[in-house]
Design a binder for this molecule. Structure first.
Ligand SMILES: CC(C)(COP(=O)(O)OP(=O)(O)OC[C@H]1O[C@@H](n2cnc3c(N)ncnc32)[C@H](O)[C@@H]1OP(=O)(O)O)[C@@H](O)C(=O)NCCC(=O)NCCS
Length: 173
């Protein structure tokens, strides 16, 4: 039997599902904690993956500036891990960010081997801009954070804007 995996922009109807996906990993300090309000307020940064019709994964792309964005809140439901969904979510973020003209993407992670398979290289945390840490200061592990910073240059990533607005033809000279 074949199954369908679809990555798409998140909608308000996904907020509860996103919250449920993130919560267990936030409780283990693997990702930053987000309440429902926070997810609503950043909803336009989220992509979700559906496995058939189930919400199977989520990722958030946060832009800090022209030259840097972060892939964060990446979670695939344990029931659907190792099906290629994490890879699809990160690649969709990269295409989306490349389409917006962002030069480089980074992640702070405990799964550096997963990111290495996607072409990310380890960099020193000190090389990241200071504004990156404005979120991290709220983490209980901030003082002794052992996450690894990884980054990827997006210049080779195909440009694929996620939002395609139909071309409208208008009359006029
Ligand atoms: C990390 C995570 C998102 C990966 O999602 P996934 O859907 O299972 O990953 P994929 O199936 O797309 O894996 C892609 C490749 O990475 C490898 N991979 C997956 N998880 C890995 C891990 N934890 N460590 C090393 N390699 C890993 C897979 O084997 C696969 O390799 P292959 O193409 O040679 O088979 C998922 O395990 C997860 O949600 N973990 C908990 C939360 C977390 O750590 N998030 C990251 C925060 S930055």
């Amino acid at each position: 039997m074949s199954h369908q995996i679809r990555v798409r922009s998140a909608s308000v109807d996904d907020v509860e599902g996103i919250y449920d996906l993130l919560k267990p990993f936030a409780e283990r300090n693997i990702i930053l904690s987000r309440d429902r309000d926070n997810i609503f307020q950043h909803l336009q940064e989220f992509l979700v993956a559906e496995y058939d019709n189930d919400l199977a994964g989520v990722v958030c792309a946060h832009i800090y500036g022209k030259n840097i964005a972060e892939v964060r809140s990446l979670v695939v439901s344990p029931a659907y891990q190792k099906h290629g969904i994490g890879k699809l979510l990160v690649e969709a973020c990269e295409h989306w960010l490349a389409g917006l003209g962002v030069a480089k993407v980074f992640a702070l992670t405990y799964v550096e081997k997963f990111f290495a398979q996607l072409g990310y290289r380890i960099v020193s945390k000190e090389s990241l801009p200071h504004k990156v840490w404005t979120v991290c200061v709220h983490c209980s592990r901030f003082a002794d954070c052992d996450e690894v910073a990884v980054e990827k240059i997006l210049s080779d990533v195909p440009i694929e804007p996620m939002l395609l607005i139909p071309i409208v033809e208008v009359e006029g000279s």
